[in-house]
Design a protein around this ligand. Structure first.
Ligand code: FAD
Length: 323
């Protein structure tokens, strides 16, 4: 029995979150005594295969078919179904990406299974996994076990495991010509990400705002603190989604990863997708009115209180200190 990991790529260029899935699978493999292999759907002898073979894996399987040059749920589901039938894995482990969310339930359904999606951690108990999912916007963690026979389909949230912790090694590469049926959908050109105009990776001090700021007008409150500290302004994703600040100000798994000397989080709860982007800051200060907010778990200094009271006070005190 084994674990199969999905490797996502575009034109043989790796989506790095797949390495997080490899790290997760290697860890599960050790706990449950299972070998780990990966699957790369591709239309050719994928150029990525040799790179992935440098990790501690049993084998790298290239699922090859001319119809797998561009991602389609039909094509990927057919390729996966064939490989799963051939390999008979105990677990299928994937990163919780948009692509995986698109095709994985389709594959799981073909095996009469569900996908335990967006897990943040696991523990091994009695030879099986207990998977933890965050529910009710992070207010509760639910432990989930899956009944029935293998295969079990699991996706892990971005940032739940570190891709750079994937163990190196030397795996064999096997190309399997897979059958792919009708493709019912034609993919459009992917949308172009906005080019970052601010490079927050170079910032020494960052003042970041979250949903606690409540309105676009209130960002002026944070701007005053940023101005007096000579800091750059950044934000959590909901702020950029609402277009209160441009997308290049977003910190986190789908934004920028920063490591300033000082990171001040104003009204940010500390979701894992935000934390992966700023946890390497030298000093983290959090202001949040919820004493249970997860941001306090990683903050060096915390103020439990209303940011609209705390920030103006801070600004005044800094002014005084500066003379
Ligand atoms: C695939 C995926 C990728 C994602 N990528 C990112 C990413 O790159 N970056 C990112 O940030 N998120 C990302 N997210 C979203 C993430 O899961 C969270 O939803 C988001 O980070 C929450 O933002 P927030 O902390 O601003 O808002 P909330 O979670 O709503 O928290 C607001 C906080 O403000 C506090 N608050 C409210 N009023 C006040 C006040 N007056 N004074 C002080 N505190 C107050 C509240 O107590 C609360 O803790 C991603 C999600 C997914 C599924």
């Amino acid at each position: 029995m084994s674990i199969l990991v999905f490797i996502e790529h575009k034109d043989c260029v790796l989506n790095k979150t797949s390495l997080e899935a490899v790290t997760a699978a290697q860890s599960i493999g050790k706990d449950l005594g299972l070998k780990v292999s990966v699957v790369i759907p591709c239309d050719k002898d994928c150029a990525l295969a040799q790179e992935i073979a440098g990790y501690g894996l049993e084998k790298v399987i290239v699922a090859k078919n001319a119809k797998l040059g561009t991602y389609t749920p039909d094509g990927y589901a057919d390729a996966w179904t064939e490989i799963i039938n051939k390999e008979n894995p105990q677990y299928v482990v994937m990163a919780h990406t948009y692509q995986v969310r698109d095709f994985a339930p389709k594959v799981a359904t073909r095996f009469g299974k569900e996908v335990v999606g967006d897990c943040i951690r696991y523990k091994a108990e009695g030879g099986k996994l207990v998977l933890t999912r965050r529910i009710f916007l992070g207010k509760l963690d639910a432990d989930v076990t899956v009944g029935g026979d293998a295969p079990y389909f699991v996706t892990f949230q971005s940032g739940a495991f570190r891709g750079d912790n994937a163990e190196k090694g030397s795996a064999s590469v096997e190309t399997v010509e897979v059958n792919v049926g009708d493709i019912r959908m034609e993919a459009e050109e992917p949308f172009q990400e906005a080019k970052a105009s601010v490079d927050l990776t170079k910032s020494g001090i960052i003042v970041a705002v979250g949903r606690g700021i409540k309105s676009q007008e209130n960002i002026a409150v944070a701007q005053q603190l940023a101005d007096i500290l000579g800091a750059d302004l950044a934000a959590s994703r909901p702020i950029c989604d609402a277009e209160w600040l441009p997308i290049d100000r977003q910190i986190g798994s789908s934004g920028q990863t920063v490591a300033p000397r000082l990171y001040i989080a104003l009204g940010i709860s500390g979701a894992i997708q935000h934390i992966v982007g700023m946890k390497n800051a030298g000093t983290i200060v959090a202001i949040n009115k919820d004493s249970e907010a997860p941001i306090f778990d990683i903050a060096d200094y915390g103020i439990v209180g209303d940011l609209f009271e705390a920030v103006p006070t801070l600004v005044e005190e800094i002014k005084k200190a500066k003379g």
